[in-house]
Design a protein around this ligand. Structure first.
Ligand code: ADP
Length: 476
């Protein structure tokens, strides 16, 4: 690959900057170094925050038409450099190239969506009930936004925050995951080329996540923090953000159930299961963690799923035909191993897989007869493991599905329309896939309930996360 796309610098005040200290970014498929990026010092981040605040004063006064046009240009550039972005992404995250290409398209769809939505930040005119005043509302940008993003979707999680923030008139400081900063830096280069002002979008790189998180979450100048990552870190950031009563958007962990009822189309359910489980080797917050399968169709579903899962080609994401790449690092492999071993110890059977391959690779696995108290039932595994539990009544399935502090995505398969409505309403999750394993769409509100987070990204709701409502009353 053309190495100019691996930018070993942070992007601050409109310039690509270096630092004496650097950290390595590794390719999870080979454990070889992709490159080094600067360890940005806290005092430099403070300067970036001040600059973002200053820049907000002018950025917020640009017209929505101007901001929309800049975002449209950024959208075009993102698509123009689709291959380069995807390759950078596969190198640092390990995901198969086809998935990286799909992620670039998905990420770009947020840019164009919010380029359009920028124009629809409507206010209200309100009939006053107790005075003769004229009442109306306007929507204004929140201010400086800190965005902290994870490694599993290095580009889409970024555009889902940055595009609506910029569209709304906010300025943004992004701290990408230290495992995957290069995709964000390539994107910064495109933002610069598109003409997004240097103070409107900055990227700070660091492995010192705790201190950087604290600085961003407690800064008086930052008015909003948007985070995607684990529930534990989200909780810490919310606590820290409380000190300045910051607004927060939190996309946190999930523990998605996938229910297969006895009236389901089993082949469709198997197809949906593979789609909802194996994207990014199971390392997504909407990945299925628990399969609940009705007794009457359990054996058929398990056999078909096992046959499909056995066919999945594992390997380096840059190799042809690879469907499942490596896990992000050794720690992730250890967690998967722990969950599988615990399930096996409690009587589960590995129908396929169930073993560590080499390096960061783990075999796609189907486990049957998993005990309800296994770790995998209560903790997010973040790996290529299908854990199958049995149920015999709808009530039992819903109770089991909701028996978690999380509530991000849930899926189920049934051909009965009444059941589809009933179950959708009863599942405690922010998103439900009915007879589908793929739910993400820029035009839909993505987000969770319970400890899976607060706020929604994408859709027209996604813009509101970066807008304040101002009410104005005119006396007679
Ligand atoms: P994951 O388990 O997916 O890596 P994390 O929540 O650990 O999820 O990481 C998501 C993002 O949060 C990354 O950018 C990471 O660097 C950052 N992060 C990790 N710990 C903290 C922290 N204490 N404060 C702020 N950000 C953090």
């Amino acid at each position: 690959m053309d190495n100019t796309w691996i930018i070993e610098k942070a992007y601050i005040q409109g310039e690509f900057v270096d630092a004496k200290d650097k950290f390595d970014v590794l390719n999870p498929a080979t454990n070889q170094r992709v490159g080094k990026v600067p360890e940005i010092a806290l005092n430099q981040i403070e300067k970036a925050i001040t600059y973002a605040e200053k820049s907000w004063q002018s950025w917020k006064t640009t017209t929505v038409g101007e901001r929309s046009q800049l975002l449209q240009k950024l959208y075009q550039l993102t698509l123009k450099h689709r291959e380069q972005l995807a390759e950078v992404m596969t190198l640092e995250s390990g995901k198969p190239l086809q998935e990286s290409l799909a992620e670039v398209d998905y990420a770009a769809s947020f840019i164009i969506w919010f380029a359009e939505e920028a124009k629809r930040a409507y206010g209200d005119t309100i009939p006053a009930v107790s005075s003769g005043n004229k009442l109306f509302t306007i929507k204004q940008s929140v201010g400086v936004v800190a965005a902290i993003t994870p490694w599993n979707f290095p580009l889409a999680m970024l555009t889902r925050k940055v595009a609506p923030a910029l569209a709304a008139g906010c300025t943004v400081i992004l701290k990408p995951a230290s495992q995957t900063p290069f995709t964000a830096l390539t994107f910064a280069k495109l933002a610069q080329e598109a003409g997004i002002p240097g103070g409107a979008f900055q990227v700070v790189t660091s492995t010192n996540s705790k201190a950087v998180g604290q600085l961003l979450a407690t800064s008086e100048l930052i008015r909003k923090i948007s985070f995607t990552g684990s529930t534990g870190v989200g909780r810490t950031l919310m606590e820290q953000a409380a000190s300045t009563i910051k607004r927060t958007s939190m996309e946190l962990g999930g523990n998605a159930p996938f229910i297969v009822f006895d009236d389901a189309d089993i082949q469709a359910a198997v197809k949906g299961a593979v789609a909802a489980k194996f994207r990014n080797a199971g390392q997504t917050c909407v990945s299925v963690n628990r399969f609940y399968v009705h007794d009457a169709v359990y054996d058929e579903f398990a056999a078909s799923l096992t046959a499909e899962v056995s066919k999945l080609k594992v390997g380096n994401g840059l190799d042809e035909g690879v469907k499942v790449g490596p896990l992000i690092n050794e720690k992730a492999v250890e967690k998967v191993q722990k969950h599988v071993q615990d399930a096996l110890d409690r009587g589960a059977k590995a129908e396929t897989g169930g073993k560590h391959l080499k390096g960061n690779f783990y075999a796609p696995t189907v486990l049957t007869n998993v005990h309800a108290e296994s770790l995998i039932a209560s903790e997010e595994t973040f790996g290529p493991i299908c854990a199958l539990f049995r149920f015999s009544t709808e009530e039992e399935a819903i109770k089991a599905a909701n028996n978690t502090p999380f509530g991000l995505a849930a899926y189920f398969y049934s051909e009965n329309v009444r059941r589809c409505h009933r179950v959708s309403e009863q599942l405690e999750s922010g998103m439900v896939g009915v007879n589908t394993g793929v739910i993400s769409d820029a035009s839909a509100p993505f987000g969770g309930v319970k400890q899976s987070g607060v706020g929604r990204e994408g859709s027209h709701h996604g813009l509101d996360e970066y807008l304040e409502i101002k009410y104005i009353s005119y006396g007679q």
